[in-house]
Design a protein around this ligand. Structure first.
Ligand SMILES: C[S@@+](CC[C@H](N)C(=O)[O-])C[C@H]1O[C@@H](n2cnc3c(N)ncnc32)[C@H](O)[C@@H]1O
Length: 216
């Protein structure tokens, strides 16, 4: 990332990704709902910071009346996110920024959420450091992520084989990160992480998922 760069625009790929996440929103919601409910169900804040909200797949998990502070550097996601927030009546503060340097003060936030983002950010450790920095003591980071498949599995071999085209198509998405270890080592007071092998989803390479809550 160049210094001072706050947003990106991959033109056709960006448009494809915005279309993809709108088109598959209901399908992804159906397969990921148990994980999202585990992570997001008891969200309790009148202001929720979301890293990489994309087109707003997690608006349905915000508590009634909550404001969304959306840290989203991808310009192609903004129109759908703004439209869906307006439709859902969710007050939106859109921060067109990389999460590697959150434009938020230290210890100023009670709830940070993300889904399918730590796979894509260039430096997940830097993002997690920022999450720890902005959370108040006792504040929570809630996440749902796809991760590396179990060692020796067919899925892990496929994740490695698809590495380059997948990352190109999905704007940097890395199929085989050890995101659970990154969260465990990020400096939270405690973390609860559950790993799930999804069955019956057509998105086979990303069917090893984690969800959980880390407390500052
Ligand atoms: C796979 S999409 C997931 C979108 C949404 N969270 C969902 O679950 O549908 C990854 C998102 O992360 C965003 N992203 C990529 N790099 C980022 C960064 N450095 N900081 C914050 N968000 C980033 C992308 O723009 C995109 O919206």
């Amino acid at each position: 990332m160049a210094d001072g760069l706050q947003t990106f625009d991959h033109a056709v790929r960006g448009r494809f990704n915005a279309w993809f996440f709108v088109a598959f929103d209901r399908y992804i919601e159906r397969i990921a709902r148990p994980l999202k409910r585990t992570a997001f169900d008891d969200l309790a804040a009148d202001r929720v910071v979301e890293i990489g909200p994309g087109i707003g797949a997690n608006l349905r998990y915000l508590p009634a009346g909550a404001q969304l502070v959306a840290v989203e550097p991808n310009l192609r996601m903004h129109p759908a996110l703004e439209r869906r927030c307006a439709r859902a009546g969710v007050p939106l503060t859109l921060l067109p920024s990389y999460a590697d340097r959150l434009p938020l003060p230290d210890r100023s936030v009670d709830e940070v959420i993300c889904s399918l983002v730590l796979c894509t950010v260039p430096d997940p450790d830097a993002v997690l450091r920022e999450v720890v920095r902005v959370l108040r003591p006792g504040g929570r980071f809630r996440f749902v992520e796809h991760v590396a498949a179990p060692p020796g599995s067919l899925r892990l071999r496929m994740q490695h084989a698809l590495d380059v085209p997948w990352a190109w198509l999905f704007e940097g998405c890395d199929l085989h990160r050890d995101t659970a270890a990154a969260i465990e080592h990020a400096g939270f007071a405690d973390t609860t992480i559950v790993e799930v092998q999804l069955r019956g989803s057509v998105f086979y390479p990303v069917n090893t998922m984690i969800c959980g809550i880390a407390r500052r």
